[in-house]
Design a protein around this ligand. Sequence first.
Ligand code: HPA
Length: 273
Amino acid sequence: MENLEKELTQAINFVKNSTNFNASTGVILGSGLGFFAKTIKIEQEIPYSQIPNFPKSTVVGHSGKFILGEVEGKKIVAMSGRNHFYEGYKIKQVVFGLKVMASLGIKTLIVTNAAGGLNPRFQAGDLMVIDDHINLTFTNPLIGKNDKNEGVRFPDLSEPYNKNLIELAEKTALEIGIPIKKGVYVGLKGPTYETVSEVKMLQILEGDAVGMSTVPEVIVSVHLGIKVLGISCITNLATGISNHKLSHEEVSKTANNVSENFSKLISKIIRNV
Ligand code: HPA
């Protein structure tokens, strides 16, 4: 673990020596949601491959870089590509990129993902603002020695997703005429999609959407005192609700289809953060 801390420090130092950029908002772009990158007035890009010790992403559709620039006059840093637990990383490696991004001074994180719809009222293509999560990854990125400079040993998770940001997202969506749902995100390890029985269980647990990311990044952000807004793109109905087999192609296709609306929404939210 000590090694990982050293590796992270090296990565942070590298990024800090590569740029003077300070960003107030960080954005993590989920599967197929890379379109948002086109709306950024780019000042600088830092490919993960240049950053020492940065875990390499292995998923199709994740290009792997930090994009530093402006959106609606606000300085932001976007992570295009993220690491997932199912790729075989240690949980601390999953949040490596987020911690590097946090070192650029972000106060707010907008985290996005592709997710399966558990709520029977949802349709593929819906956007959902996350108002809470259920951590079913059976791990936690804060396991291990706690660094008091980062946060407390036992962080409160009564409001992991900031209420004001949820309100802002809903208000913004209404203003620009993009329908938005609200609900509970269930985070699993993956990489398999769920069984029919697992989906029934997650519905009993009152989950609205299910995915394989986000929860670790949100936990670390809360620990660091960063305010979080989470938005899921419901790329498909979950197993058993959907009447066909699931594939990554379907997930990417739906995400790409809504990418433009999604980008518009994120930009307008950033304007008012
Ligand atoms: N399940 C889990 N993760 C997902 C899904 C799903 O149905 N769709 C997109 N990511």
